[in-house]
Ligand binder design. Structure first.
Ligand SMILES: Nc1ncnc2c1ncn2[C@@H]1O[C@H](COP(=O)(O)OP(=O)(O)O)[C@@H](O)[C@H]1O
Ligand SMILES: [Mg+2]
Length: 391
C-alpha cells in the first residue's frame, strides 16, 4: 500500500517535549488503516526550503523515528498558544510555507473572536456581553450591571488566569479564580473599595476581556458547561461528532478537564438540571443548530477550517451561550465518558477530511493539467494552422 503523507505541525514545550504525542500515536494507527502516514515536526525541524526532519511512530518498536525528508504536502496544525515566542515561530513558519496545504486556517484571540462573531445576528444573541478590560471603575460598573462576571486573558487557555467576580449584596463582592499556573486562589470577600484596591494590584490590562457570567453552579456548588466537537467529515461537510458535559472540581470556577474537571454524558447533565425530556431535546437541538451556524460563519471570516471545540453554557432557563471557540480541540472528553465510538470518530475525521482534501487537490491539479494540455494543443493547432497557411 502506498501511503499519502499528512504532516502534523507541533511545537516543542520545555525539555523538547511534544505536547500531544499520545494523540499523534493514535492518529498514526488510524492513519495506517486509511492509507495515511503521519509525520510530526515543529518549525525548528526545517533543514532548508526543501527538506525537513519529521518523526514517524514505529508501532513495532514502539519508538518515534526521526527522518530527513521532503515537506508533507498537507499539514494538520496542532500548535496551541504557549506564549509569544512560540506564537511568532509558528506564524513565521506558516508565512514562509504558505504554499503548503493546511487543514485549518488560524483563528483569533478571545477579544477579536468576540468582535467577529458579533457581526452575525444569528450568533451574537448567544454571546455573553463582553468588553475589553479598561480599568477597575469600568469593570465595577459592568459588574453592577450583570451581577456576575468573568475576567479572562484574551490569549489564555485551559482555565489559566481567570477570575470570577460576583456581587453578593449591595456592597459585597466575592472574588474567586485561578492564577496563571492554574492554581486555585483563595476566595476573597470584599467591599467595593476593597475590590477596587484588589483590581489595582492585579496585573490586568487591555489583554483581558471582561464577560457577563452565566450562572452555571450546580446544587453541590460545582460549576459546569458543555464541550461540543464539530468536524469536517470525509466529504468535506461539517458534522457534530459529539457533545459532553464537564463539571469543575469543588472550589473551582472553571470546568476545564486539565484544571481537574470531570466529564459526564451531555444528556445526564442536562437531565440533572431540567428533568423534562422535551426541554432537554429542545436544548440539545439548539446547541447542535448553533454549532452548524457557527462553523461555516467562521470560515467566511478566517478561511477553511477542519474542526472546532466549542465551549457552551446552558443557563438555568435553558438558554444557550457561547463561552469559547477552540480551533485545536482535544477529544479527551469523549474518552472520559466512555463514548468509544465518538472518540474514535473524533480521531478519524481529520484524517478522512485530509484524504478528501488531497483528492480535491489532485482533481484540481488534473483540471489545471488538462487545461494546460488543452491550451497547449490549441496553441499547437494554431501553430499548425499558421504553418498550414504558410504552405
Ligand atoms: N462567561 C462565563 N460564565 C460562566 N462561566 C464561564 C464564563 N467564561 C468562562 N467560564 C468558565 O471558565 C472556563 C474557561 O473559560 P474559557 O473562556 O473557555 O477559557 P479557556 O481558554 O481558559 O478554556 C469555561 O469552560 C467555564 O467553565
Ligand atoms: Mg475553554
Amino acid at each position: 500500500m502506498s501511503y499519502a503523507r499528512l504532516g502534523i505541525l507541533a511545537v516543542y514545550m520545555s525539555g523538547a517535549r511534544l505536547e500531544e504525542l499520545p494523540y499523534y500515536k493514535k492518529l498514526t494507527a488510524e492513519g495506517k488503516k486509511l492509507g495515511l502516514q503521519i509525520e510530526v515536526f515543529t518549525p525548528t525541524d526545517v533543514d532548508n526550503k526543501e527538506t525537513i526532519r519529521t518523526l514517524r511512530y514505529d508501532s513495532e518498536t514502539g519508538k518515534w523515528v526521526r527522518k530527513r525528508t521532503t515537506f508533507p504536502p498537507v499539514i494538520y496544525d496542532r500548535c496551541r498558544y504557549h506564549g509569544p515566542a512560540t506564537f511568532r515561530l509558528l506564524k513565521a513558519f506558516r508565512n514562509k510555507f504558505s504554499r503548503l496545504t493546511y487543514l485549518s486556517k488560524p483563528l483569533a484571540n478571545k477579544w477579536t473572536m468576540h468582535q467577529v462573531l458579533s457581526e452575525s445576528a444569528a450568533i451574537s444573541s448567544h454571546l455573553p456581553a463582553t468588553v475589553r478590560y479598561s480599568g477597575p471603575q469600568e469593570l465595577i460598573r459592568f459588574l453592577k450591571k450583570h451581577k456576575l462576571i468573568y475576567v479572562k486573558p484574551k490569549n489564555g487557555t485551559g482555565g489559566r488566569g481567570i477570575l470570577r467576580i460576583e456581587q453578593t449584596d449591595a456592597d459585597r463582592y466575592l472574588i474567586q479564580g485561578r492564577n496563571q499556573q492554574r492554581t486555585i486562589i483563595s476566595p476573597l470577600r470584599a467591599s467595593e473599595k476593597q475590590l477596587s484596591t484588589k483590581l489595582h494590584s492585579l496585573n490586568l490590562s487591555a489583554d483581558y476581556v471582561v464577560q457577563q457570567g452565566i450562572s452555571l453552579t450546580l446544587k453541590d456548588g460545582r460549576v459546569h458547561d458543555y464541550r461540543l466537537l464539530i468536524q469536517k467529515n470525509g466529504k468535506g461537510k461539517w458534522e457534530v461528532t459529539g457533545c459532553a458535559g464537564r463539571i469543575g472540581p469543588y472550589k473551582s470556577i472553571t470546568s476545564n478537564l486539565h484544571g481537574g474537571g470531570s466529564a459526564i454524558p451531555m444528556e445526564k447533565l442536562l437531565y440533572s438540571r431540567f428533568q423534562s425530556r422535551s426541554k432537554i431535546e429542545q436544548i440539545k437541538n439548539e446547541i447542535y443548530r448553533f454549532a452548524h451556524e457557527l462553523a461555516p460563519f467562521l470560515e467566511t471570516k478566517f478561511g477553511k477550517l477542519c474542526e472546532l471545540g466549542i465551549d457552551i453554557a446552558v443557563d438555568p432557563k435553558g438558554n444557550v451561550w457561547l463561552l469559547e471557540v477552540n480551533p485545536k480541540p482535544s477529544r479527551e472528553v469523549f474518552h472520559r465518558i466512555g463514548e468509544k465510538e465518538t472518540y474514535r470518530k473524533a480521531i478519524k475525521r481529520p484524517l478522512e477530511y485530509a484524504l478528501w482534501m488531497m483528492k480535491q487537490r489532485n482533481h484540481s491539479d488534473k483540471d489545471s493539467e488538462s487545461k494546460d494540455l488543452e491550451s497547449k494543443a490549441a496553441a499547437e493547432n494554431k501553430d499548425g494552422e499558421n504553418s498550414e497557411a504558410e504552405k
